[in-house]
Design a protein around this ligand. Sequence first.
Ligand code: G1P
Length: 911
Amino acid sequence: MKQTEPQGWVFTGNEEEFKLLNPDRSSHLYFPLVNEGGMKSSVSPTQHGMATSGHDTFLTPPLSVEDLHNSRSSRNFWVHIEGQGAWSAAGNSAGQIAGFYQPDKDEVALEAGFLWHRVTRSSTRFAVKAEITNFVPCGNDKVELMKVVLTNKGNDSITVTPTAAVPLYARSADDLRDHRHVTSLLNRIYTTAYGVEVQPALSFDERGHRVNPTSYGVFGAAGDGSAPVGFFPVQEEFIGEGGSLDWPEAVVLNADPAPADRGAFREGYEALGGIRFATVSLLPEDSTVYIVVMAIHNQRMDVPALMAKYGSAAAFDRLFAENQIFWKAKVSTVEFHTGHPEADRWMKWVTLQPVLRRLYGNSFLPYHDYGRGGRGWRDLWQDCLALLIMEPAEVRSLLLNNYAGVRIDGSNATIIGAKPGEFIADRNNIPRVWMDHGAWPFLTTALYLNQSGDLDFLLEQQSYFRDSYRSRCRERDMDWNPEAGNELRTRTGAVYRGTILEHILLQNLVPFFNVGEHNNIRLEGADWNDGLDMAAERGESVTFTAFYASNLLEISGMLRTLRERTGQETVQLAEEITLLLDSTSEHLDYGSVKDKHERLDRFYAAAPNQVSGVRLALTIESVADDLKRKAEWIFGHLRRSEWVQGKDGSGWFNGYYNNDGEAVEGNFPEGVRMTLTGQVFPLMGPAAAPEQVPQIIAAVEKHLLDKRIGYRLNTNFGGIQQNLGRAFGFAFGHKENGAMFSHMTVMYGNALYKRGFVEEGHQVLNSIYCLSSDYSVSRMYPGIPEYINEQGRGMYPYLTGSASWLLLTMVTEVFGVKGILGDLLLAPKLVKEQFDADGTASIRTLFAERTLEVCYRSSGSRMYGEYRIGKVTLNGAELALQHSPEGVLIPRSQLEALAAGELHRLEVELV
Ligand code: G1P
């Protein structure tokens, strides 16, 4: 049956809240519910989804996106209507599913906001309406709450018997496939006055079973707090022989439960939070309210205390209001006002996304059916970009801690512990180096240094990570004793600490020498694109070579500023590093791959997972010169050797070499091969020469832009590219093979703004907004997805690094509010349609620990390039303008003199 095009969500009110009719007419929809205490839930319009506090502690069965429609497990809530039959307030009964395509299907509407989810479902068969609201209260408890309001919508009185039925999985995600049945035998199931609690006896792990302390529960109360009348703690008894969760015998036959007051103990079965509430009669338009509490705790729960806190409608409503205030406050640190209010509201959801990624990692939402909750190295650093905008106070220590993950060979630990700065040795024996990992930390650190002016950070000391791998995982150090810890030591056994600057230098210098046969940096295990993982021997990432070169140049400049600002002439560096700073003593021929390899081998031999501990004082001037020389060599090399000339004034950079040593991009007989990634990093820094920029833009528009799905990550290479990576095994137009991959598209937009191609940059960012918010094809709630697939569907919503990048780009490029070594630069790059009817565009953001409202008012042309800053007032007082080549600078001291905790207004007149 062909469905009519769905109506999209619409924002209600002036904030982030939205409403969507018939959400059940779209597949794969889900919404995150989470708190900072570790409860991670997701909920679909039919109450599917999951609730967990980690990989090993799932309250409900772990699921993947397909299970949203395949599984019969949900937070079901049944209503038995006397003399009429059974109905699921969540939409999960066999009858409702069977009647889905009939004209009398339930009417369903969804409303959602930060961070709550409400579905209203009206039966057209029975005269009953249900409104179900879910949220996870902020705070430290691992609890999800659900409130169900049933209303009699008919003209006659009805008698209803409600039953909540939430399967209690109560164990590790690993047990889904590994001994699902055997692990149910571990279940110890208790019923108390309010519900069902399961504390499995052991946590099952064939490497050693341990006594399990974690407890899981589903409890319920009527709105006034009164206890239920009984329970169905065992799933198979609830559904009955031959029954199922979508037509359970206990509900259909309205069977009596185990009485609540008796308290039962059962063991060895799949458990169910089956809660029977008292039968009530409802007059027309009368309502009755129920609260369901789903909880995870590190030991048996104090259920009366839990229910006193959560188990009544009054408590629910109070906590619901508190929760909204909490999330709104968190997200309102950054707010945009442009000529497009819908897009501004959409940005609120994007602003929330980096927080979600911090809380969920890359796991625990239905599409994110992998990982164990941790974050990767790359994400760790990029998520800090958004934190620098939203919660800058925390970032310094975070960055400092993160540097403890760097190895002496410039690579890094890949398993990140739960505590800040905790890195764990990989004992699974998967030696792999992602060659891009060394490039991100400086990018994030540079943003920090610019936002804060805290150049001393570069001179802070930090240890290095050490495990059994060395020479970028090419060798194994069999003498390594894990018990001796994961810190690099000197020859005498002391823990070695070097400056942050030294860590950064190693990350960027080692790759300079670690080149493939075309003198670009080797691809190793992969780069940003995790899917380019089959070219470890001969592959090269040209695009990240450009990124590293940009870093080298910027570090060089930063060092000179350090000297100017502090008067310091020298820096102390581990003596081994001088081998990599060759031009401080001699000049290597950078055109010689052989010489680079020899030099790298000498360095590896000098610092074999150990350093001498001797530090040398090198002049800042000589180090800065060396870095600049290297950067410029790379720029020249890339422009000369990696440029592909296209037709009609287009041209682009070859981004990669494959494992056969062949250039991946270019004009091939079968057609053009081109990647967006290949262009982004040369554009983001100076590698692309000014005359190359318009040619790249022309090539991207011609070969990668598809009006239906936006800027593709690559053209169709055809075939599975076994000499490049698994990404090409994915169907074309999906994920890392030719989809619109938001992360790279946003970075492309960012790079265009940086290069002054503002209209083009705007078009790129706007394309993502248009694609994502066009519900008829994207079928996603407001926010930016990881990618848009071949059908135009928004995939992997909520957890994506692209949100951090979009937020960063909006603040620092589009609104041009950014730090320059601690001072505030105002350099707006707004285009005409971003001004409202009055010619105003404004942003609220944090800078120098002050909340600023920066309001641009245009009195003349609103075309970018035609306006300039004419006058600036701060809280009404005109400032003397300090022009810089980019815009207007406001000294940090001027902002620091303002009262903290208040909103300060910067009015900027554009003339
Ligand atoms: C994801 C990963 C990111 C990786 C990218 C491409 O992107 O999180 O580390 O670089 O895939 O493979 P994201 O979901 O963050 O947009």
